[in-house]
Every structure is written in C-alpha cells, then in structure tokens.
Write a protein that binds this ligand. Structure first.
Ligand SMILES: *Cc1c(COP(=O)(O)O)cnc(C)c1O
Length: 369
C-alpha cells in the first residue's frame, strides 16, 4: 500500500463537476483579475473568519508583507517572529527592511511562547507575528495583552490554520490583522498561488487594498509605491467552491488526528502533539517528535508511507539569514525540533490509511525502530 504524504489531486476529484463548471463560468466571463469572483470570495471568507475585511492577494508571503508595509514598518524597525516557523514569516519582515527578532516556542505547543516575548521587545519593536503553526492556534489573548501594553501591533500568520479556533473564536480576526496563504497544500488551498489579508481595522484594510494594486484606488492614479499582488478571478471562484467544504474537510482531518492521538498514545519513543483546552486545531500537519526520527522516517518510507519534516533547517540557520551571524546553539528549542519532528500523513482524503500508518509505527517502535 502506498500512502502519499498528501493527496493533492483528491480535492479536485471530489468536487470535479462543480469545479469544472466554475472554471467554464470564469473563462467565459472574459474578466480575469480583480472582479466579481474576488469580491464574492472576499466577503464569504470574511464571514467565515467572522472578521470585517478580507482582501485577496497573490500569496501568503505577500499577505504578511503587505500588512507590515501598510503599518509603515521598514528600515530601523524590529519585528518579533517565532524561531519555529516556515521561513516565509521571516521573509515578509526582511522584505520591508526591518530586522527580525526571533523568539523561541513553548515546548509543548510549538507556537511562540508569550512568556519569552517581553524580553525581546525594544524601543524599535513595531510588531509581533504570531504563527498558528501546524494548524494549532497561538495563545492570542496573552500575545494581544503584550501588544496592547507596549503599543505594538499583533499580526497573525494563519497560513496553516484556516478555521482553527482560540477560546472559541476563529483565527484571522484575533490580532490587528492576519496574513493567510491559500497555497494548494493548505487546508483551504487554491489551484495555484493565492492568499488573503483579513482584519477588523478599516485603515489597514484600505492601505492593503491600495498596496496590492500598484498603489492605486483609481486606475492610473498611483498614490504610493505599490505592488502587484492580486488574487485572480479563477482562483477566487475555485476557492469559493472549496470554502463550502472547508469545515467538513477539517472535520475529516480531525478524525485522522484523533485516531493517531488515541492509537499512538502508548507508543514509547514518540511524543504526540499537545492541544491546550482552549484550542481547536485544524490539523494542517500532524507533527510527532522522536529522538530516532531519521530511522523512523526511513522505516515509513520502506513501507510506502510518505512523511515530511516541518522544518529541517530553522530560519536562523538558513543561508538567507547568514548575515545575522547566528550559529548552532543560538535557538536550541527550534534546533531540537528541526532534529526531532516528523509530520505524518493527514488530510481530508485519507479514508482508512491512518490505520496502516499506525500499525507500521507501532511495529517499528516495538522493534526498536
Ligand atoms: C505557506 C506558509 C506561508 C507562505 O504562503 P505562500 O502562499 O506560500 O506564500 C507563510 N507562513 C506559513 C506559516 C506558511 O505555512
């Protein structure tokens, strides 16, 4: 049995008729960038996140970057970022000219540790980016409280957490703004690159709308040095179809995750994800930890089971940030995670495959891996 890490084609096959009809509708409309479909998707996704504004952009990295730009963040400023995240979170800051100030995660939740944020704040700090990593919401009330006290903005990177809730509230409207990727592999994924900005703040929304479209509100009237980062009509229309299935598909992910949590509970050598009682994750990834990670991954591969490492090199040790002079040992929690984490297959189209994954893990661990 071959179990891919994620079946990218299955979402299309499940919704083929609806998606094919949508494709035709958009192609025949003769209008392809920033139009009715984008407007409708923006409204529908804002409603889904229970937030006032949603602005479609080109991808998740741009969403984060445009928010920081909208807030006037740039050279001479500092932005707090988690050490444990996908590098896009950091790149968005770097593109503005501001400095990244990394903060280590809570070892249980893997998200930024609110207790470690305050010591990283300086007079130059302009924002904190909270990433809802692996689909688990960060502790937003604690982070917002710090943001309020120091008058700095809180930005959610919700690329991995469409639909997740924190104290019963959906992510996307919990900080000052959120950048959300809709890359094909995300829980709500387009058929190409896509992203959105969500916010309850009118000024941020207005500034991002202008920035995404060459700095113009009225065609050929360029108020500021803008960018070209627009969600296209086709992706927006296809996302509208998929949005209607997001909750059901998240539920299916949850069923797989619960099965892993329950049936791998007694498995020595591996550490399972921890879910705080105030969090409802959407299981973008199911990340386990093991000191024998590499051996375990090799065994799974031999059994035809796909797995991935999120992420093998923490941003501070990547070539992109070598100018900062960080060396091994600088952010030990992120580094330990890079050596120990392994993401098991999880997705809305797994059916009974979880059983097979569990069997092989239990067997491998029983054999000393
Ligand atoms: C995917 C992802 C991004 C970037 O999204 P793109 O659409 O690929 O630009 C940013 N942050 C996190 C945490 C992500 O997982």
């Amino acid at each position: 049995m071959q179990i891919p890490f994620l079946d990218m084609k299955a979402p299309y096959l499940e919704l083929k008729n609806e998606l094919d009809m949508t494709y035709q509708r958009v192609m025949e409309s003769g209008w392809y960038v920033l139009g009715k479909e984008v407007e409708a998707f923006e409204q529908e996704f804002a409603q889904y996140c229970d937030v006032k504004h949603c602005i479609g952009v080109g991808n998740g990295l741009d969403a984060l970057f445009l928010i920081l730009k909208a807030w006037g963040i740039g050279e001479g400023d500092e932005v707090i970022v988690p050490t444990n995240t996908y590098i896009a979170t950091w790149l968005a800051v770097t593109y503005t000219g501001a400095k990244v100030v990394p903060v280590e995660p809570d070892e249980r939740t893997y998200n930024i540790d609110p207790n470690k944020i305050e010591v990283a704040i300086t007079e130059k700090t302009k924002a904190i980016i909270a990433v809802h990593l692996y689909g688990q919401p960060a502790d937003m009330p604690a982070i917002n409280e710090i943001g309020k006290r120091y008058h700095i903005k809180v930005l959610e990177d919700a690329a991995q957490a469409h639909g997740a809730t924190c104290y019963g509230k959906r992510v996307g409207g919990l900080g000052d703004a959120a950048g959300i990727s809709m890359y094909p592999g995300k829980n709500l994924g387009a058929f190409g690159d896509a992203g959105v900005v969500t916010t309850n703040d009118d000024e941020t929304a207005d500034a991002v709308r202008v920035l995404r479209n060459y700095g113009s509100r009225v065609k050929y009237h360029n108020e500021v040095v803008g960018h070209n980062s627009r969600l296209d009509e086709l992706q927006a229309a296809l996302l509208r179809v998929k949005l209607r299935h997001l909750d059901e598909w998240n539920q299916r992910r949850m069923e797989v995750a619960q099965r892993y949590l329950y049936e791998l509970g007694d498995c020595k050598e591996i550490l399972l994800p921890y879910v705080p009682e105030w969090a409802e994750p959407v299981w973008h990834l199911f990340v386990i930890r093991s000191q024998k990670r590499d051996e375990l991954q090799k065994k799974l591969t031999q059994h035809g089971i796909g797995s991935l490492i999120h992420y093998p090199i923490p941003p501070h040790l990547s070539g992109a940030y070598k100018e900062y002079g960080w060396v091994k040992g600088y952010y030990p929690i992120a580094e330990r995670m890079a050596n120990e984490v392994l993401s098991l297959p999880v997705g809305p189209h797994m059916k009974d495959q979880a059983k097979h994954v569990i069997e092989k893990i239990v067997y491998s661990v029983g054999e000393g891996i």
